[in-house]
Design a protein around this ligand. Structure first.
Ligand code: ADP
Length: 501
């Protein structure tokens, strides 16, 4: 039986998914399972790592079963995962010592304030490319070592292992034979030196994290272990690993410096490929490793927007102004413009490029004639304006001008939003028909490593074939209108800043 499929494991924040992908890049079957979110205190978020593994495992089996595919027909496994979330487990029993601390968890915010007071944020920024924030893994690992009884002692005796979710899955898939992660995941920990591509000893000392805890760092494309978990006598290689946003960048075929993708979900995640150059941001973006394959490393600039589609959810759930997120498209088109209304959805402060934790949601420009269509339109427009804020920073930091913005995510289904985005950026927007760029990216990294696809071109062909009806939105707005609208947005942001102080 020939191996005709790649199995992509997409371990997300709310669900574990598995997708079986064929040589043409088509998703043959998929399965997904939600798992429990734990909120032990306000703004704390945890996952049960055992449940992550169980759910990931069962969807993998289900995807194969649905397709009637035998394990020996799977050429390789590619893993993509929620980033920054950390798991700490016992090497002997493979049991986690604590729930996983999720990227969204704010428990270590006071530790980050202390790091900034000590001035160590500058060292971290220089070495890791990241800003100091509770979002990244380092302070979460340090928290576990300080707060889980006995953990520090066990860790110092080399009894424990720690890592991001990819390394946990690899450990389980290989029955503890391999403790490894890939460079893209490592670059989100605040412990990884993106210049030397190794864990940074000085940073490890600063956080009091023993090096023996951490996984070996491997390329994103390359065989790093094998699994017999699918019940096959022949072991399936695990051959591709990347954090979800980096996998999505790869899945969008953003292979060239200057290529940018944006995922419009709850928030927005923008990444720009900067090639072999490590970007240094002067504007509040972070530098990160995109992937490593064939010995070459690609870097990326990243900007995260906290609230994007969530503003639409707010209109639906809190204002009950719409019944369905999709209603906003028709409403926005019913009015020629937002009537001067701007909506800055800074519900949890503002992320890149403002990093203002004290900004709050603001609606300005209301008049007696403002109506729900204006507000719906302003909410959609805010996603496009925030995206322009980040893209402008990317252009300034990299000196590269993107030819195209590739988009995906739930809110990218909105045609009005995509058109307005093209207008406000003056860059065409291309929407993938397949909303599976992340899984596809992980599958491609695995398929390229094992010769399933001969080269990038063949993998690219597979991807474009599976996306025959990509939709392209061309900029249409006049320069004057565009700049006038954007200037209004910038004034609105000024009103939202620093509000909670
Ligand atoms: P996540 O992965 O962050 O949960 P998704 O990619 O599933 O997000 O996208 C869901 C988000 O997109 C929600 O915040 C929802 O309000 C928004 N959304 C979904 N469909 C539309 C639409 N047609 N127009 C505008 N926003 C939408």
């Amino acid at each position: 039986m020939s191996a005709s499929y790649i199995l992509a494991l997409d371990q997300g924040t709310t669900s574990s998914r598995a997708l079986l992908i064929d040589r043409a890049g088509s998703v043959v079957t998929s399965a997904s399972l939600e798992f429990r979110q734990y909120y032990p205190q306000p703004a704390w978020v945890e996952h049960d790592a055992e449940e992550i593994w169980q759910s990931q495992w069962s969807v993998a089996e289900e995807a194969l079963k649905k397709a009637g595919v035998e394990p020996q027909q799977v050429a390789a496994i590619g893993i993509t995962n929620q980033r920054e979330t950390v798991v700490l487990w016992d090497r002997e029993t493979s049991k986690p010592l604590h729930h996983a601390i999720v990227w969204q968890c704010r428990r270590t915010a006071p530790d980050c304030d202390r790091i900034r007071r000590e001035g160590y944020d500058r060292v971290l920024r220089e070495k890791t490319g990241l800003v100091v924030d509770a979002y990244f893994s380092a302070t979460k690992i340090a928290w576990l070592l300080e707060n889980v009884p006995g953990a520090r002692n066990l860790a110092e005796r080399g009894k424990l292992a720690c890592g991001t979710v990819d390394s946990w899955l690899i450990w389980k898939l290989t029955r503890g034979r391999v403790h490894a992660t890939d460079v893209s995941n490592a670059s989100r920990t605040l412990l990884f030196n993106i210049h030397s591509l190794a864990w940074d000893d000085e940073i490890l000392r600063y956080f009091r994290i023993p090096a023996s805890l951490l996984p070996e760092v491997r390329p994103s494309s390359g065989v790093l272990g094998e699994t017999d978990f699918l019940g096959s006598p022949h072991r399936i290689p695990i051959a591709g690993v990347a954090g979800d946003q980096q996998a999505s960048l790869f899945g969008h075929r953003c292979f060239k410096p200057g290529d940018v993708k944006n995922t419009y979900g709850t928030g927005c995640f923008l990444l720009m490929n900067t090639g072999s150059q490590i970007p240094t941001s002067q504007t509040g973006l972070v530098s990160t490793v995109a992937w490593q394959r064939d010995g070459a490393v690609s870097y990326a600039l990243e900007g995260s927007i906290f609230i994007a589609g969530a503003a639409i959810q707010w209109l639906r759930d809190e204002l009950q102004m719409i019944r369905d997120a999709a209603d906003t498209e028709a409403m926005a088109l019913e009015t020629p413009d937002a009537g001067g209304v701007y909506f800055v959805p800074a519900f949890v402060g503002l992320g890149a490029p403002y990093w203002d934790a004290y900004a709050r949601g603001t609606i300005v420009g209301l008049t007696r004639g403002s109506n729900r269509n204006h507000l719906a339109r302003a909410a959609l427009e805010s996603m496009a304006y925030q995206t322009r804020d980040v893209v402008e920073c990317m252009i300034r930091d990299s000196n590269l001008k993107p030819e195209l913005l590739r988009v995906d995510g739930g809110a990218a289904r909105n045609n009005f939003l995509c058109q307005f985005q093209a207008d406000i950026l003056e860059i065409p927007v291309e929407r993938a028909a397949v909303t599976e760029s992340t899984a596809l990216g992980a599958a491609c990294l695995a398929g390229l490593a094992t010769g399933f696809w001969k080269d990038e071109r063949e993998a690219m062909a597979a991807q474009s074939q599976s996306e025959t009806n990509r939709t392209r939105f061309e900029p249409k707005l006049s320069v004057a209108s565009r700049e006038e609208l954007y200037a209004g947005w910038q004034r609105a942001v000024e009103r939202a800043k620093g509000w909670a102080e």
